[in-house]
Design a protein around this ligand. Sequence first.
Ligand code: CS2
Length: 431
Amino acid sequence: MLPASVRRPAYDRSKQAAGIVHIGIGAFHRAHQAVYTDEAMGAGDRDWGIIGVSLRSGDVAAQLGPQDGLYTMSARSADGSDLRLIGAVQRVLVAADTPQAVIDAIAAPTTHIVSFTVTEKGYLRRPNGSLDLAAAAGRASLYRFVAAGLAARKAAGLGGLTLLSCDNLAGNGGVLRRLLREYLAAHHLGLSEWFDATCTCPATMVDRIVPKTTDADRAAFEAELGVSDEGAVVTEAFSQWVIEDDFAGPRPCWEKVGAQVVAGVTPYETAKLRMLNGAHSALAYIGLGRGHEFVHQAIADPVIRPVIERLMRDEAAPTIDAAPGQDLSAYADALLARFANPALNHRLVQIAMDGSQKIPQRWLETLAWHQRRERTCPALAEAIDAWIAFLRSGAPIDDPLAERLRVAAAEPDAIRALFAPGGLLPSGWIP
Ligand code: CS2
């Protein structure tokens, strides 16, 4: 029995149909979109159960399967934690093991939305932005499953779907649509027109800091709950979700439980990528270089903090066309407070991974904006130097381009080797 203080789903889980298939069911999805969906059903919405999909790893299925999809989420701050039991996830499929089950889930008449948190590299883009068709034909490709599921829907005379990218990419919905079109043109030409006519790909801005759950976290959950929870997730109190109002069919009433459904996501998304994520990546590389392990330690370092403030306030913020009521200075204040959260133990190495996939939208767009105005960005220049030092340091490089990055960073003119146009990273910025 869970302690009475743990909030539980306020609806009958056994009576809900699955309306959403979510591809990439990591900790972030479980602490973000799944929570909004759980709350929407708690507020009276029905039939929005989630079928989670892992493309490759069986870990989450092994964790959540025996728990009937249930897990606890702890929102932590310096003042304590708020524990909740989340009931939106019904089951978890592993695409590599049961591919047809994934296709059937996408093709089910009750499914209206397929959402994604596959990380930046999961979109399988080449540095020039086009789809890596060889990778997209491989086993761990979201495109294969989505295309096969859509083909089955069309064959069955069902409607299209809303395909909802929840990854930290600039213009994530448009990127997904463009890449999926490239895939369909190569493999399912007959589906392209139907896809255009029946499916939508809204843009989203997703924000919640969710460190990877550690064994120590799981032990702390067990001590607090009195039962073990293999699927538990740790996060902060803050959560934001801004979604472009462009749905192909029904959707949960996410706006009743705090999400913003708006005509244009760009100002929120740009601010989040360039300020929050841009600062995060800078904290990771500069912080690791100075011997820190966690984000809250790096932001407390009097040498690092002014660089991060400058990056957010003087370099990133001026590049953003704020939406009415969007206060970028207050946003920077809030981010500094969130980074300082001592209860999260957010590891810098977690943020440091996949730099080649993250840096273009986090740093290079800001640099290009200033370059067009003949201005320099000292804080971002320091961040880039720290990335190069990290690549040269001999520490493991967790990145799809790891070996090529290591070679480029070893060049005497590493900046040019990494960022020259037509090179490893897509960039409007010319070093
Ligand atoms: C982080 C993000 O790991 C990273 O690269 O910058 O996961 C960040 O915590 C989230 O985007 C916050 O919403």
